[in-house]
Design a protein around this ligand. Sequence first.
Ligand code: AMP
Length: 223
Amino acid sequence: MVIIMLGAPGVGKGTVAGILTEKLGIPQVSSGDIFRKAMAEKTELGEKVEEYMTKGELVPDDLTIKVIEERLLEPDLKSGAILDGFPRTKVQAEKLDEFLKEQNKKIDMVVDLTSPEEEILDRIVNRRICSNQNCKAVYNIKLKKPKVEGICDKCGSKLYQREDDTVEKVKNRIKVYEAQTKPLEEYYENTKVLYRITISQKINKMAKEAAEEIVEYLNNKGE
Ligand code: AMP
C-alpha cells in the first residue's frame, strides 16, 4: 500500500503519518527526515542538501528522486510506504508514477491536508522534536507539552527545535509550497485517490482524528 501525504509545512503530515504507521503497520518515509539525518551525520548527501534545507528551499529534483527511489527499494518497504514530504514537485510526482509502475505498485491514497495559516505558524514555532533518530516523537510546547521540559516522554532523549522552524523561514517554506507543491493537487485530482482533510482546532479535528478518518476510508475502499 502506498499513501502520499500532501500539504503545507507544519500542517501535520508527519504526525498523521506516524499514527498511520502504528495503525497500518506500514513504514513512514519522510524525505525531510532522511535529509536531516544525512546533515547530522555529515555525509556527502548531507553536505549537498544543507544549503537548500537551511534556506527552506527545495532540494533539486534529481537528487531527491534518487534518494527516495533507493529508499523505496529497501526490503522493509516491500509491502508499502507512507510518503511524508515526497513528492513535492510535478517532476517528482511523474517520476514516482513511473517508478511504481515498474514495481507493479500503485498509489492507494493521496491525503491532502490543509490547516488555517495562523494555526500552521503557531504549530511550527512551538514544535519540538526528539533528537533520537529512532524515536523522532513530535511535541508542541503549548498543546502537547512533554512531562519534563526539553525531554522526550517516550525515550528520555533531548528535544530540539528544527533550524527551519522559525517564523521567517516558515513563511518562505509556505511560499515554496504554494508555488511548487500545491499544483500537485491538480495532478492528483483525476486519479480518484485524492482525499482532502482539514486539520484545525476550531473544528476539533487534529492529527488523531485525521488518521482515524484515513483508516476508515481505506477500510471502506477495500470492501
Ligand atoms: P520537511 O521535513 O518535509 O518539512 O522538509 C524539510 C526540508 O527538506 C524542505 O524544506 C526541503 O528543503 C527538503 N525536502 C524535503 N522533502 C523534499 C522534497 N520532496 N523535494 C525537495 N526538497 C525536500
